[in-house]
Design a protein around this ligand. Structure first.
Ligand SMILES: C[S@@+](CC[C@H](N)C(=O)[O-])C[C@H]1O[C@@H](n2cnc3c(N)ncnc32)[C@H](O)[C@@H]1O
Length: 435
């Protein structure tokens, strides 16, 4: 540990410091969540043979066994699991999103909390996932797609733009802010190299700007959950105190949780927040929960988008699967479980589910259609275990069927291909292929 970091942690933790120091010498805890949109715990453990070792932080969350190789296997490609640092799942447990709500995940990439929220919403309501960084926002799209969520729009915008486009729109907002990452030092020792007391202060300042946008997106009566994966007071309880004094209509709420420990009390009720340290079974997290209490009752309705007519080629193809809402724009056809709302001035990367595109009067389905959780494609083929790697590497597979076909492993689609009665031409996306 850097001496300055060590001194700050001693000051913060006092008599608890030896436990922290000891925990920092131990191996990091790794975790994953099961996808409730696609599988059950019973099926998951039968398919993987993993030991069932739940974490205290969230529903569907488990510690990862050593040497699982989970990232490269069919369960990952089919979107049955998401690898996530165990304590990071705690913020969504506090947010407690429900089916039918309108939820914003403001700092969302790579998507561990977005997929967790989507899992709890069961494709009902709207989840907007925003990421400011263009490169990271593409990874977010990939992860949402593999998860199979059908009600997620992905935005790539500055939080201020999101607030301008969706004023007082959401029932719940998660602000999982960029931070100095002190809770990542055990997992990723390189993260500590970039740390300094100055970087803590600049993160705290940036978090205040992001928080101001976050609360503007929240409708009256709505709930804002603020989280970081760092330990500094400046980025956590001090920012909470700042928000309470700057925006008196924001009220701090107690967090009822069986994990972690209370926040440090700064005189504004900040012991109602929750903290997790490495000696609490995860790497480290901070969570605060606020309610927006204003006299205003009305909340904003985002404009609905007007679809272009459904192209004939798409209409014929889509008889095979029917979504509650469809939207056509520039020959691209989208399906979803929530009406298609305007992204305002935000750059839009994903509109619920991209079903496919009409090219030269032919409809070409998209990978996302096949990975969707609630609308399985009816024409399928089942892979043998030995065929999974070849398929995920982009190779052709023997197949006696004809036409577009979902390629499945134990009934779960990994992707698709086009069969000609003898072989299936592989349409697994090039950028996802195993090397
Ligand atoms: C802690 S990470 C989010 C992790 C994500 N919620 C998850 O669970 O996978 C914070 C994110 O905020 C983004 N970010 C960086 N600067 C930002 C800013 N000024 N405004 C909003 N987001 C920012 C980062 O690119 C990063 O993806």
């Amino acid at each position: 540990m850097k001496p300055e970091f060590e001194a700050r942690m001693k000051d913060l933790l006092r008599e608890e410091y030896p436990a922290f120091e000891q925990a920092m010498k131990e191996s990091p805890r790794r975790g994953y969540r099961i996808n409730p949109l696609k599988t059950s715990a019973e099926e998951f453990f039968r398919l993987t043979g993993y030991p069932e070792y739940p974490t205290p932080f969230a529903q569907y969350a488990y510690y990862l066994p050593e040497q699982s190789g989970a990232g490269a296997t069919a369960v990952h490609a089919a979107g049955l699991l998401y690898l996530q640092e165990p304590s990071a799942a705690s913020a969504v447990s506090v947010l407690d999103p429900k089916p039918g709500m309108k939820v914003l995940d403001l700092c969302a990439a790579p998507g561990s909390k977005t997929t967790e929220i989507a899992g709890l919403m069961h494709n009902q309501g709207l989840l907007a996932a925003n990421e400011i960084n263009p490169g990271r926002s593409k990874i977010l799209v990939e992860n949402v797609e593999r998860w199979g969520a059908e009600n997620v729009m992905v935005l790539n915008a500055d939080p201020a733009q999101v607030a301008e486009s969706f004023p007082e729109y959401f029932d719940a907002v998660l602000c999982d802010a960029p931070c100095s990452g002190e809770g990542m030092f055990r997992k990723n020792p390189d993260a500590e190299k970039e740390w300094s007391p100055e970087s803590v202060l600049s993160c705290a300042k940036r978090q205040r700007t992001i928080l101001s946008s976050a609360l503007n997106c929240l409708k009256p009566g709505g709930r804002l959950v603020y989280s970081t994966c760092t330990f500094s007071l400046e980025e956590n309880e001090e920012n909470v105190s700042w928000l309470l004094s700057e925006y008196p209509f924001m009220k701090l709420e107690p967090i009822q949780a069986s994990f972690g420990r209370p926040g440090f009390e700064l005189g504004s009720g900040t012991s109602m927040c929750r903290r997790i340290f490495p000696m609490d079974g995860g790497e480290g997290h901070f969570i605060a929960s606020f309610r927006k209490e204003t006299d205003a009752q009305a909340s904003y309705c985002s404009a609905l988008l007007k679809s272009e007519p459904m192209p004939r080629a798409a209409e014929d193809f889509l008889k095979q699967i029917s979504y509650p809402y469809t939207y056509v724009h520039h020959n691209k056809v989208y399906g979803g479980t929530f009406p298609f709302v305007s992204p305002g001035t935000c750059r839009l990367l994903r509109h619920q589910v991209l079903l496919g595109e009409v090219k030269k009067d032919r409809f070409e389905p998209d990978h996302a259609l096949f990975l969707s959780s609630d609308h399985p494609f009816p024409v399928k083929m089942e892979l043998q275990d030995s065929e999974v790697r070849p398929y995920l590497s982009g190779m052709t597979i023997p197949c006696t069927g004809k036409g577009y076909t979902a390629v499945c492993w134990h009934g779960h689609a990994l992707g698709f291909g086009k069969a000609d009665g003898a072989i299936l031409k592989n349409r697994y996306p090039k950028e996802l292929r195993l090397k």
